[in-house]
Write a protein that binds this ligand. Structure first.
Ligand code: GTP
Ligand code: SPV
Ligand code: MN
Length: 600
């Protein structure tokens, strides 16, 4: 039984049924009974494994095909009528051609299967910033994950109403998970997403990267708002005031960790607290008071498991203790619980590694293998988060004081610096580069440009995207958030990180907040404002972060930066402008200014 009278939805779903020819169609109302039945069915077929229900109540395990463990950027397309509109950072194909090609793959693909029709809202239902999507899929794993990651079910249709055509159409089939015919395709001009031959995370939970970033960034450009790959957090100061900050880091570079930060003892004692609003995506729009407001369009966390532990991120760990789906981690067969690298120092002897082989975990890891896939993940409900912000469901969002960019940089980039202004901050965002991680297929640890941490997610021409950033800054004027850059990943000669990171990143947030309030001075350097000696509070970590280490963390090395600027000029010219990206003159001017500063 369909859950809506909206003729636009009904017509589109009918078309998808005619194309995919499922044996059955089930509309997902989001009721507990329906979800329970789906869990039982998936456990029955082996698609999901039920974990220890005493230790991990409501938790399920899922493993994906070893050929299907991360986003596939080389198979991701933006299909606009004009090629220039997709720009140099995207794969492009003519929409009609792509519809025809994929139409053949979808033709009859759900014969013998059930099609699930999932209505969902990105953003709190009723929020003026929220948007509705409908995903049809042949995967129960997708239904159960969408239930955690979005506001899923009949209420989403209430938000759409009986007539609106303003919903994002998402078609997904796992087909036979053939990597050679895998496609993740966005049609921004049609509010449409087609995904086929994957059953993993961001490739198939279409509300996430496909809608909330690729399609939404295109919508935001046309409608005057921003969709960004950013966490949102609130820092409560001892006087009770809460300052909200967003931060854009590339995939697997620390957003979830920063979003759930636990302040060091000294800060806790003084009364500081950190609240999580979001860990991956921010939708931001100017509010009535002229400030920039952000909502988290998601309802859960799809977090990287390896590295998550009681010390690095206890909040994330607690999120994942109930009603969570684990993907591609290892199983401890002694008590049917989960394990991943760095959870603790004791890999289970009696283990099943992520591909499904039973192994002696101690010997297996000692031989240099990992039990969990490096991009293994937990899907956990936001309500589980011990530090979830009281404003999480606020339809108006939260006012943003600071925007932070960052990435993994072994050298060159200091621990923190502030841009001279919004335009310079936009330049800094355009210059984000980072060593690649396991979140996407391909080599790991290679430095690549990832502007605004959005390279895989900008749904249109990157030049126009940068122009949109500059326009937003003009609109916001002196109410615009201040823009900063951070780097938690600076290394010494031995390849060890020299900044402790994690909870100690609070010390950097503290400086950032004081800069926003104008209560701390800074050194003006060629690249931006840096902390003055002694202005980053190191109480409690003086042994680790000695004055010499701090000097390294805050160094602006003229030779390295001259190289950095030369590389940016090459990137703008060769990778963007020569390939059809219209770079705003203001950004070239920023490049010239920094170069001149360095040569002073
Ligand atoms: P996506 O979900 O892919 O967008 O990733 P994310 O940006 O949320 O990254 P996440 O917080 O999951 O961190 C990824 C990896 O970086 C984990 O292995 C963390 O342990 C590590 N990490 C996070 N913060 C820090 C830090 O401050 N210092 C160091 N050295 N490592 C960190
Ligand atoms: C990322 O890769 O940035 C993620 C995971 O957050 S995925 O949803 O798979 O894109
Ligand atoms: Mn992400």
């Amino acid at each position: 039984m369909s859950l809506t009278k909206n003729p636009n939805v009904l017509k589109w779903v009918d078309e998808m049924i005619a194309l995919c020819q499922p044996d059955q169609v089930v509309w997902i109302d989001g009721s507990a009974e329906q979800l329970d039945a789906l869990r039982k069915e998936a456990i029955g077929t082996g698609e999901m494994i039920e974990l220890n229900q005493e230790k991990l109540p409501g938790c399920l395990y899922h493993r994906t095909n070893p050929n299907d463990v991360a986003r596939v950027e080389d198979r991701t397309f933006i299909c606009t009528r004009n090629k220039e509109d997709a720009g140099p950072t995207n794969n492009w194909c003519d929409p009609q051609e792509m519809y025809a090609k994929l139409g053949k793959l979808y033709n009859g693909v759900m014969k013998g299967r059930t099609m699930y029709v999932i209505p969902y809202s990105m953003g709190p239902i009723g929020s003026p910033l929220a948007k509705v999507g409908v995903e049809v899929t042949d995967s129960i794993y997708v239904v159960l994950n969408m239930n955690i990651m979005t506001r899923m079910g009949a209420d989403a249709f209430k938000n759409l109403g009986d007539e609106s055509n303003d919903f994002v159409r998402g078609l997904h089939s796992k087909a036979d998970v053939n990597p050679d015919e895998r496609y993740i395709v966005q049609f921004p001009e049609d509010n449409t997403i087609w995904s086929i031959n994957s059953a993993y995370g961001g490739n198939v939970l279409l509300g996430k990267k496909c809608f909330a970033l690729r399609i939404a960034s295109f919508q935001g450009k046309n409608e005057g708002w921003m969709a960004e790959h950013m966490l949102i957090l609130g820092v409560k100061k001892p006087n009770g005031e809460v300052k909200y900050i967003t931060a854009a880091f590339p995939s697997a570079c620390g957003k979830t960790n920063l979003a759930m930060l636990i302040p060091p003892e000294g800060y806790k004692k003084d009364g500081y607290e950190v609240f999580t609003v979001g860990d991956d995506i921010a939708w931001m729009k100017p509010g009535e008071d002229g400030r920039l407001y952000a909502i988290n369009p998601e309802n859960g966390f799809f977090g990287v498991a390896p590295g998550t532990n009681e010390k690095s991120n206890p909040n994330a760990l607690h999120c994942a203790m109930k009603d969570t789906i684990f993907t591609n981690v290892a199983i401890n067969n002694d008590d049917n619980t989960v394990w991943w690298e760095k959870l603790d120092k004791n890999p289970p002897v009696n283990a099943t590694e992520w591909k499904g082989a039973k192994v002696n975990g101690v010997e297996y890891t000692a031989a240099g293998n990992t039990l969990a896939h490096p991009n293994s993940r937990f899907t956990a409900p936001a309500v589980n988060c011990p530090c979830i912000s009281p404003e999480f469901n606020n339809p108006a969002g939260v006012p943003i004081s600071a925007i932070i960019f960052g990435g993994r940089r072994a050298s060159t980039t200091p621990l923190v610096y502030q841009s001279f202004d919004w335009t310079h901050g936009t330049y800094i965002g355009s210059a984000v580069s980072s060593e690649t991680t396991a979140a996407a297929t391909g080599a790991v640890g290679v430095l690549r440009h990832d502007p605004m941490a959005m390279k895989p997610f900008i749904g249109y021409n990157v030049g126009d995207y940068w122009a949109h950033w500059l326009e937003m800054g003009e609109k916001l004027g002196d109410k615009a958030p201040k823009i900063f850059n951070v780097n938690w990943f600076k290394q010494n000669e031995n390849g060890n990180f020299i900044w402790p990171g994690f909870g100690d990143n609070m010390r950097v947030l503290d400086w950032i907040i004081k800069r926003c309030e104008g209560t701390v001075d800074a050194d003006e350097t060629a690249i931006g404002y840096l902390p003055k000696k002694g202005d980053i509070n190191l109480k409690g970590i003086e042994d680790e972060v000695t004055p010499e280490v701090m000097d390294k963390l805050l160094a602006v090395d003229k030779d390295l930066w001259t190289k950095e600027i030369a590389e940016m000029r090459r990137y703008y010219n060769d990778d963007i402008a020569a390939k059809g990206g219209k770079i705003p003159q203001a950004l070239y001017d920023e490049l010239d200014k920094i170069e001149a500063n360095l040569n002073k």
